[in-house]
Design a protein around this ligand. Structure first.
Ligand SMILES: Nc1ncnc2c1ncn2[C@@H]1O[C@H](COP(=O)(O)OP(=O)(O)OP(=O)(O)O)[C@@H](O)[C@H]1O
Ligand SMILES: [Mg+2]
Length: 456
């Protein structure tokens, strides 16, 4: 009998090598090559799903169904992240840390779709039907149109989809499913790739929306090759701090919508609840009238969010001071500190500096810069900021404050939450009349902003 041919495949990037290597030449990761038995399935699948390749080229104007209505999930946060609802025939990948609530989110979504008269099939490869039932009981997600199957064999999953004919399928998780014709272990690159491309064909040919749950590696990327992210239509990450109850849903790829929207949920006993006003939540524990604390208005997609920034600057005797940043880019923080040092004469070289975005959110918008500068300066000088100020603006290397977009929405949000004064880029004020109830202070430089915010 001929010896089975084996190869070594990088579990991160899918690089293949005939012999084992400590370091993957493809992605430079260490110890990621795993031996897999070579198989020749692919293309003409053993499974009875017709390939897309049999279709002929047609004029784009003749293609029917361009106005495919999106399926609303009745979960406003999820709909927002997806760009208005689920597109039938799309393949969505949801990744997230263990225990973050992926199964909860998808079980709830399946249930709310059944309320609108659609059939949902929830396939679990990780939990028994009883466990799923227990969770459904707790979430109040019991509906005759919600079908549950505990299966990991792709052929049987196929049969079930054929029999139930659902509109929406959840595969929890893609790493547990195996293709019987592929000899590698479930969760290996070959299996994940083969199963995903199978679900892709299934979704496209039958017009079913399929959601795959993906495990996340230590580094936070979806386990399996990057390839997986290329194959699907939509990649969502479900994230949150272990010690907080709220969760963020973020799209990193979306073929049918924008990727800068986020959805915010709170994990409760009865499942995930939508959070309609995130600013209130993020500001709920804010101390008032202390140094180092500033509220910034950041846009998350089309929604403004007020978040508190905290800085702590304290002298150190070590030659290289410590700098630490949570929820904000470390390099950007160093840059802002350099501007403060050079342009505003703050002697920060001998100071440790810590920056924290309260509530565990991540801010990556340049408009947050000015808030960071004010927080650091306030802590350094030990001068408190006013508790009813909101600050935003981008900082340039010469110490100028640059304009930001959508100031009206930011100001309106601040007004709604009872803030009294906004410090913002003067340049953004052009051609806009600020509302009555709130003072607006336009600034051109960081120095002006510090003078206003710290009452110097
Ligand atoms: N009775 C409860 N009350 C409140 N929260 C609960 C309760 N039971 C579970 N949870 C929350 O639900 C989380 C588990 O959710 P879920 O099983 O959906 O996560 P998951 O992302 O699917 O996990 P896994 O990676 O193991 O599949 C727990 O970490 C906990 O925060
Ligand atoms: Mg789960």
């Amino acid at each position: 009998m001929a010896k089975a041919k084996t190869k070594f495949v990088c579990q991160d990037c899918g690089y293949e090598s005939p012999k084992w290597l400590g370091k993957c030449p493809g992605c430079e990761a260490w110890n990621t090559l795993v031996e897999e038995v070579e198989t020749k399935v692919m293309t003409q699948g053993v499974l009875p799903v017709s390939g897309l390749s049999q279709e002929k080229a047609v004029s784009i104007t003749e293609i029917a169904g361009a106005l495919d209505p999106r399926i609303r999930t009745e979960n406003r946060e999820l709909d927002r992240v997806l760009g208005g609802g689920i597109v039938p025939g799309s393949l969505i990948l949801v990744g997230g840390d263990p225990g973050i609530g992926k199964s909860t989110l998808l079980l709830q979504t399946s249930h709310s779709l059944t309320l609108a008269g659609r059939k949902a099939l929830y396939i679990s490869g990780e939990e028994s039907a009883r466990q799923t039932k227990l969770r459904a009981d707790r979430l109040g997600a019991l509906s005759p149109l919600l079908y549950v199957l505990c299966e990991t064999n792709l052929e049987r999953i196929d049969e079930a989809i054929e029999k139930v004919a659902p509109d929406f399928v959840v595969i929890d998780s893609i790493q547990t499913v195996y293709h019987p014709a592929v000899t590698s272990a479930p969760g290996s690159v070959s299996q994940v790739r083969e199963c995903t491309s199978h679900f892709m064909r299934l979704a496209k040919t039958k017009g079913i929306a399929i959601v795959l749950v993906g495990h996340v590696t230590k580094e936070g990327a979806i386990a399996g090759p990057r390839l997986l992210e290329h194959m699907v239509d939509c990649v969502l990450y479900f994230e949150g701090e272990r010690h907080h109850t709220y969760r963020l849903l973020r799209a990193v790829k979306n073929r049918f919508g924008s990727t800068n929207e986020i959805g915010i949920f709170e994990m409760r006993e009865a499942g995930l609840a939508e959070i309609a006003n995130p600013s209130e939540l993020f500001l709920s524990e804010r101390p008032r009238g202390v140094s180092g604390s500033t509220v910034v208005a950041s846009m998350e997609g089309t929604r403004p969010m007020l978040v508190e920034l905290q800085a702590l600057v304290s002298p150190t005797t070590f030659p290289s001071p410590r700098r630490m940043s949570t929820g904000f880019d470390y390099n950007r923080m160093s840059l802002i500190m350099a501007v403060l040092e050079k342009r505003n004469g703050l002697f920060l070289q001998s100071q440790d500096a810590y920056l924290n975005v309260a509530g565990g959110v991540r801010l990556d918008e340049p408009a947050v810069d000015l808030g960071v500068a004010v927080s650091i300066a306030s802590s350094f000088k030990d001068r408190p900021t006013r508790p009813d100020d909101v600050v935003f603006g981008e900082i340039g290397l010469t110490g100028e404050v640059r304009g930001v977009s959508r100031i009206e929405q930011r100001v309106r949000e601040a007004e709604k939450l009872g803030f009294k004064r906004i410090i913002l880029p003067a340049i953004s004020l052009k051609g806009w009349i600020p509302p009555e109830g709130i003072a607006v202070k336009g600034v051109n430089t960081v120095a002006e902003a510090l003078a206003a915010a710290l009452d110097e």
